[in-house]
Design a binder for this molecule. Structure first.
Ligand code: AR6
Length: 185
């Protein structure tokens, strides 16, 4: 793992369902009723009570985010964000993805949650190019950290080593070198 921006941004490789943070973000679809990928993993780990709670949310539009409890997860809450499906980049995909991160971070601040972990929203089944998505994620993170002092640490949880390499390269490009005294594991 590596840390940036005064240790308020962390990149790591892992399974987001295992993280003991105040909230994990789910890369959901508009039904908010589960699916494959990280969505499926989160629902499996949280148990059926998460689906019950999600039924009451009435879905969400791309770029929106809604919060539930974490149920059987080690995380206290789940923020369900609906990313854009990639259609080549000229159909507002960048703005919708940025909105996912901004809305998730706004909820995190509103609920006074200090630590939140994100997967690489839209870069799996929805086909958003990883480099472009990572830049949007990290720029929104930096903006939210400046805006909300209550945010202690934003974790970017990558499922693959390739994705982690993109996050670290992009973070170094945007924020400079990683924080001193920490080396990637
Ligand atoms: N922990 C962290 N990241 C994960 C995990 C995990 N346990 N599992 C997968 N990933 P995707 P999308 C990564 O496809 O592109 C679902 O069916 C994965 O490697 O989960 O936003 C929803 O219901 C990739 O880097 O989400 C929607 O229908 C990232 O999570 C649709 O897929 C996102 O991949 C959403 O597609």
């Amino acid at each position: 793992m590596a840390l940036y921006l005064g240790e308020r941004i962390e990149t790591l490789r892992g399974d987001i369902t295992r993280l003991s943070v105040d909230a994990i973000v789910n890369a959901a679809n508009a039904t908010l009723l589960g699916g494959g990928g990280v969505d499926g993993a989160i629902h499996r780990a949280a148990g059926p009570a998460l689906l019950e709670e999600c039924r009451a949310l009435g879905g969400a539009r791309p770029g929106e985010a809604k919060i539930t409890r974490g149920h059987r997860l080690p995380a206290r809450h789940v923020i369900h964000a609906v990313g854009p499906v990639w259609h080549g980049g000229r159909q507002g995909e960048d703005q919708i993805l940025a909105s996912c991160y901004r809305e998730s971070l706004r909820l995190t601040a509103e609920w006074k949650l200090g630590t939140v972990a994100f997967p690489a929203i839209s870069t799996g089944a929805y086909g958003f190019p990883i480099e472009r998505a990572t830049r949007i994620a990290l720029e929104e993170a930096r903006g939210a950290l400046a805006l909300h002092r209550s945010l202690e640490r934003l974790v970017f949880c990558c499922f693959s080593g390739e994705d982690l390499a993109v996050y670290d390269a992009t973070a170094q490009d945007l924020f400079g070198e990683r924080d001193q005294g920490k080396s990637p594991s």
